[in-house]
Design a protein around this ligand. Structure first.
Ligand code: SF4
Length: 523
């Protein structure tokens, strides 16, 4: 892997780890790992448990509960943690997994402007079975660990290495002063990429908390504030932390760093904050670290008039501030928010679904702007930190579905035919087919401020412009009518060559397999 001369591999205790060795293959026999992406989540999970990963899988099951829908249809979860690492200064990221997974993940990272290389330790059946993969990973982090370039190296086990039990916990905690963070981010243990962000943020906070306990740590690059701070949990539009800072100012408080952080030392400043605002409510592992550091957690966010009023009260209470001080801040910012909402009304029915974690906040803002929002679906789980938003939406006639499936989201658009459907790519596609105006949540809604007076009017422009497209969508639908759909989509010179007999025969085969599997379960 390297042409360094005199390379020593006795850097740490991991060098003496006994790896499980597989039986030798017969010469010429095909290599079968039996555990690739095709193996299915249950098989992969069983393999991971057998390989000693039960603790971490149990922790994930507790932190990121599944159900009612087991697996929201979202992208590979590892994208979440990969993105968090790639956005952090002086942090290297290394993936270990199947080449196809790594290809997809690096492609998406660069699509979203990573501007940074993603390290990859190749995996094949031989290196997995012989334990060489762990040695390759260890060697790669030693190669990378240059303190002039990096504060931290994040190594991520994707599905196959996790299922094979590749023991990243045996990597050294630091090499040459560069922190080594090993995480398992399997698709069969973490439901969404949003929650994978928490896996890495939580692991980093855990590391930073232990550093703080061990002695003095680096001060924040921006200097220390003499006011108590509120750390902000969840990725948000860059103007939002500034707006939150303005709202905290009359309370004598300041906005702390945002976690996931952009720089290692921000983690210390976040842990030094007196309270934490769980703007995105699903960061369970991160909240655990803040709680362990003795910090109080405040749910919801200062969004809309009632949200701003409630949030300032909760923050004020958590700092034990006087009622006068809290009321003063509430009056200033709720009046300004009310005025901004009144100046930017939204009229019409909007359905909303997404996987970012801010869906409930956006739904609240739309309702306070005047929209009728009968449904909000989020791929994220039901958590305590979202309770206030959930109850508020419930009281305003909006059905909240956690872990919503694509089928839920599509059925709502089809059944309600809203004036605007906000959702993920397939929801937007379905809405277009129906001639319903639509907006992609991640690019067009997440990329706007939401907090306080600044957020109050920010959505109206894009939402009203999209809703005004109803006629145009109708014309487009009429224009494309009859071009075919599903297996008859496209331009055909003759009739499509449909073979319903093939389809029926294949369906029979599938039914037979399902019956056999059912029978096997009963044995
Ligand atoms: S790492 Fe797992 S979830 Fe991600 S693409 Fe690969 S098999 Fe799928």
């Amino acid at each position: 892997m390297t042409d360094r001369q005199g390379y020593h591999v006795d850097y740490d205790d991991a060098g003496s780890v006994t790896v499980t060795e597989g039986a030798a293959r017969a010469p010429g026999a095909p290599v079968e790992d039996g555990m690739g992406c095709h193996a299915g989540a249950e098989t992969m999970e069983a393999a991971a448990r057998a390989a000693g990963k039960s603790d971490i899988l149990d922790q994930y099951a507790a932190d990121y509960p599944q159900g009612p829908h087991d697996k929201p249809q979202s992208m590979c979860p590892a994208f979440g943690s990969l993105r968090v690492g790639l956005r952090m200064r002086r942090t290297a990221t290394v993936l270990s997994g199947s080449a196809c997974c790594v290809y997809g993940l690096t492609f998406v990272s660069h699509f979203y402007g990573a501007r940074r290389s993603v390290g990859y330790v190749p995996v094949d059946s031989e290196t997995l079975v012989t334990g060489k993969l762990f040695e390759d990973i260890r060697e790669s982090v030693h190669d990378l660990a240059d303190p002039d370039r990096y504060d931290a190296i994040v190594v991520t086990n994707l599905c196959v290495p996790t299922a094979s039990g590749v023991p990243l916990r045996l990597l050294p905690d630091e090499i040459n002063g560069v922190r080594i963070i090993g995480i398992d981010v399997p698709g069969f243990g973490i439901p969404t990429h949003a929650e994978a962000k928490d896996v890495l943020a939580g692991a980093m906070l855990n590391y930073a908390r232990k550093e703080i306990e061990a002695g003095p740590v680096q001060a924040p690059a921006s200097g220390k504030t003499d006011r108590p701070t509120v750390a902000l949990l969840g990725e948000m539009f860059p103007a939002d932390p500034m707006m939150i800072g303005q709202m905290l100012d009359p309370l004598g408080l300041a906005a702390g760093p945002v976690v996931p952080a952009r720089e290692w030392r921000e983690l210390y400043a976040a842990l030094a904050s007196s309270a934490v605002a769980a703007i995105h409510p699903f960061y369970t592992a991160s909240m655990r670290e803040f709680s362990a550091a003795g910090r109080s957690i405040v749910g919801s966010a200062p969004v809309g008039v009632e949200g701003t009023h409630n949030w300032l009260a909760q923050i004020g209470d958590s700092f034990g501030l006087s009622a006068d001080k809290i009321t003063g801040a509430q009056n200033t910012f709720t009046l300004a928010t009310k005025a901004a909402l009144a100046a930017n009304p939204i009229k019409g029915t909007v359905t909303l679904s997404g996987y970012e974690g801010s869906e409930l906040l956006v739904a609240r803002l739309l309702i306070e702007s005047g929209a009728h929002v009968p449904y909000v679906g989020t791929a994220c789980p039901k958590t305590e930190a979202s309770a206030w938003d959930r109850d508020w939406l419930d009281a305003h006639g909006c059905k909240v579905v956690y872990r919503s499936s694509l089928e839920d989201d599509l059925a709502v658009v089809e059944g309600l035919r809203p004036d605007l459907a906000i959702g993920t790519t397939p929801v937007v596609q379905k809405a277009k087919e129906l001639g319903v105006p639509s907006l992609y949540y991640t690019n067009l809604i997440s990329a706007r401020p939401l907090m306080g007076p600044a957020g109050a009017g920010s959505l109206a422009e894009v939402i009203n412009a999209a809703m005004a497209n109803g006629d145009r969508m109708g014309k487009m639908k009429a224009f494309f009518e009859g071009v075919g759909r599903e297996d008859t989509a496209g331009v055909w010179e003759g009739d499509p060559n449909l073979r319903p007999d093939f389809r029926a025969a294949h369906q029979k085969k599938l039914d037979k397999q399902a019956r056999a599997a059912k029978a096997a379960e009963m044995i």
